[in-house]
Write a protein that binds this ligand. Structure first.
Ligand code: AMP
Ligand code: MG
Length: 397
């Protein structure tokens, strides 16, 4: 058995960030910038009012001022504010010449004869200066920034509608097993494929493009063909099943052979963890392939520990390693000493700002309903487990 950290670092060292290219802004949400963005213009582009009210000369306030015009947002000022004058102005409208402050409408009262009585204003009050958000020449975002909807808004405000990013990894997902069927009646000995829908959803949730490679029979040639077919259109590949020591466990052989043909490393390891001990990994040229175990809980855990960090690295993300939180065990979590790190399915919740956790359902590696009931994996180091009230580390799912 090899330690978890060794398997993880072997994989991460082998995986390279996908080459960057140009993307339309509309396609860039969730992508990682591969360029620095420098503002070519100021935001806001002109000084404007942050309030509905009256544009005034602060020196004239408080006082009764003559209203000489009206400025809605979107209109350019045509007249200036002279001494003793005010212009009715709406939020977002440009500041007219002469005015240096805005008195919000709630602090004013319309007098007779188109005059307005305004309270005292400081120079600059409620004025949003040109470039006050971003100035021309400012370095706005650095390479490595993960683009969220707010980033896209800022880029649009700067008239940046194309950005150089690392692409969203395209990830193929294949299930293997003669026993697997998708829908309909079950013949004797058959079960339904639960790994593929789960893995496709995990890939999608991670912001990658999921590519369904279907179910493949336990046949070395069929697995080779399926892997090679998916490989051409993918940046990464996930298979499940057939990586153990059973008589029909061909995935590890196929990954090893294709990696050899394409000049990449391959690894077939028993990792010192439970669940998800067997792992096949190979670089099929530049494409990392993960032979995840067949038991659904193991496949889910293996995805979390090995595939998720690698897919993040492909996408250019800096937050690659999963961070664990500290939680208090609500009830005891006993385990046997076996030389492995155990990853128990737990429910985690906050009580008075602190995490508390408790085992979620049955812990066997074939019981996927326990996984569905969990929102965390408690990391129980080798030994006899955690007592009630003990602190444990938990990976949040
Ligand atoms: P294997 O590693 O191929 O021997 O599979 C281990 C266990 O996981 C067996 O009980 C398989 O039937 C089961 N299994 C494998 N693939 C899937 C799948 N896609 N969906 C549900 N169960 C699976
Ligand atoms: Mg199998």
């Amino acid at each position: 058995m090899i330690p978890l950290a060794d398997a993880q670092s072997t994989i991460l060292d082998a995986v390279a960030v996908l080459p960057a290219r140009m993307f339309a802004l509309a396609d860039a949400r969730g992508l990682v910038l591969a360029q620095d963005v420098v503002a070519g213009e100021p935001v806001p582009p002109f000084s404007n009012t942050g309030m509905d009210g009256y544009a005034v000369r602060a020196a004239d306030t408080p006082g009764s001022l003559r209203v000489v015009g009206e400025l809605p947002a979107g209109r350019a000022p045509t007249i200036a504010v002279g001494p003793g004058e005010a212009i009715r102005i709406m939020t977002g409208a440009p500041m007219p010449d002469g005015a240096d402050a805005v008195v919000m409408v709630e602090r004013t009262r319309v007098d007779a004869d188109d005059h307005v009585v305004v309270e005292a204003a400081r120079s600059g009050e409620h004025v949003r200066l040109a470039g006050g958000d971003v100035d021309a020449g400012d370095s706005v975002f650095q390479r490595g920034t993960l683009l969220t909807p707010a980033h896209l808004g800022v880029l649009a405000s700067l008239d940046v509608f194309e950005v150089v990013c690392h692409p969203r990894p395209r990830v193929g997902v294949i299930s293997t097993g003669d026993e697997l069927v998708e829908r309909g009646a079950l013949e004797p000995g058959r079960i339904r494929d639960s790994n593929r829908p789960m893995l496709l959803a995990l890939v999608d949730e991670l912001g990658c493009e999921a590519i369904d490679g279907g179910i493949v029979r336990d046949d070395e040639r069929a697995i080779t063909e399926a892997v090679e077919r998916v490989l051409d259109s993918c940046d990464a590949l996930l298979t499940s099943g057939a990586v153990s020591v059973g008589d029909y466990d061909y995935v590890k052989l196929v990954l090893e052979r294709v990696a050899g043909e394409r000049g990449g490393l391959s690894l077939w390891a028993q990792v010192a963890i439970k669940p998800a001990k067997p792992l096949a990994f190979a670089m099929l040229g530049a494409v990392p392939a993960f032979g995840l175990p067949g038991n659904p809980v193991s496949a889910r855990v293996s995805f979390e520990l090995f595939a998720r960090p690698a897919l993040r690295k492909l996408a250019g993300r800096a937050d690659i390693a999963a961070e664990s939180v500290r939680a208090t065990a609500r009830s005891a979590m006993p385990r046997r000493t076996d030389g492995k790190l155990h990853l128990d399915r737990v429910r985690v919740w906050l009580e008075d700002g602190r995490y508390v956790c408790e085992r979620a359902g049955a812990q066997a590696s074939n019981v996927l309903s326990g996984m569905a009931a969990a929102n965390g994996l408690a990391l129980l180091g080798d030994g006899d487990g955690a007592e009630a009230g003990a602190e444990v580390r938990v990976l949040l799912l």
